[in-house]
Design a protein. Structure first.
Length: 289
């Protein structure tokens, strides 16, 4: 029975990884084919979850009031910055590269845990950190030799903000904040900030060609979040965390097969190293007596 439950959790994480990849693909295509800017796409990605959770609280007669308002603001601003940088990367870089750079947060979580939280790293953490840093270096080398260095570094910086946001999520969860409230504040703040930036850059008028992308990005992002949450609820958390890196695999396959993107050998090695760093970081710590 327990094995069947864990298998179900793994299946839900595979679904979530596919949906996250689909969202990235739709963002990429909306930017390249319809010339939509990443900031308006981030708005449509964020506003749907915010509205659904808000309506859900009204139906269930729950409250959005929280004693940890500023904790939510720090998490939400960091998460919003990471989201905008991720969508920027999707508009500027090959799909596989941009998605992988978004998953470097595991490296920066390790660094922040050592420097900021003063935690003593385990051997597993050191291995994951060194593998992740090696993967980043391999991916940056081609960028130094091309005209995309600035775009690559900007996208990579999103991993730092994602790491900070995830550490803040952990802190809020330990203080007893429910996941739906954390997601609501992030989605609401992201919708507001991205709307302001998109207004400054410029909006596209909604057309029959644009509407499917908007619905797909918002829907895929929301369903992916729900599938991932359910996967962690019913599955074995270490296996589920490792399977989350299938998003990189799905996005890479699409970029190479259907878009015709080319990935150099160094970039492939870098992508593999980052994925392995994430998998290693998901392993449970060895218990000592």
């Amino acid at each position: 029975m327990i094995k069947a439950k864990y298998a179900l959790g793994s299946a839900w994480m595979i679904v979530a990884a596919f949906l996250f990849a689909l969202m990235s693909i739709l963002v990429k295509n909306a930017g390249t084919q319809l010339d939509m800017n990443p900031y308006e796409l981030a708005f449509w990605r964020s506003v749907l979850p915010a509205l659904i959770i808000f309506c859900g609280t009204l139906v269930r007669r729950q409250t959005l009031k929280t004693p940890f308002f500023w904790g939510h603001m720090k998490r939400s601003v960091a998460g919003t910055t990471a989201l905008l940088l991720a969508f920027y990367g999707l508009s500027q870089l090959p799909l596989a590269t941009s998605v992988t750079l978004n998953y470097t947060s595991v490296v920066f979580i390790a660094i922040l845990s050592i420097v900021w939280l003063k935690e003593t790293p385990s051997l597993k953490t050191w291995i994951a950190l060194l593998m992740g840093l090696g993967g980043i270096c391999l991916m940056l080398k081609p960028a130094f030799e091309s005209d995309r260095l600035i775009q690559t570094l900007i996208t990579l910086s999103g991993g730092i903000f994602t790491a900070f946001a995830l550490l803040q999520v952990r802190a809020l969860s330990l203080m007893g904040e429910p996941a739906w409230r954390i997601v609501f504040y992030f989605s609401a703040v992201a919708a507001v900030i991205s709307a302001v930036v998109a207004t400054w850059v410029g909006w596209h008028r909604l057309t029959p060609e644009i509407l499917p992308y908007i619905a797909g990005i918002g829907g895929a992002g929301l369903l992916a979040q729900l599938a991932m949450t359910h996967a962690y609820h019913v599955g074995q958390k270490f296996t589920v965390a490792a399977l989350s890196y299938l998003t990189v695999v799905f996005a890479s396959i699409y970029g190479v097969v259907f878009v015709g993107e080319t990935i150099g050998s160094l970039e492939i090695l870098g992508i593999v190293a980052v994925i392995l760093a994430g998998v290693v970081s998901s392993f449970p710590e060895k218990k000592t007596d």
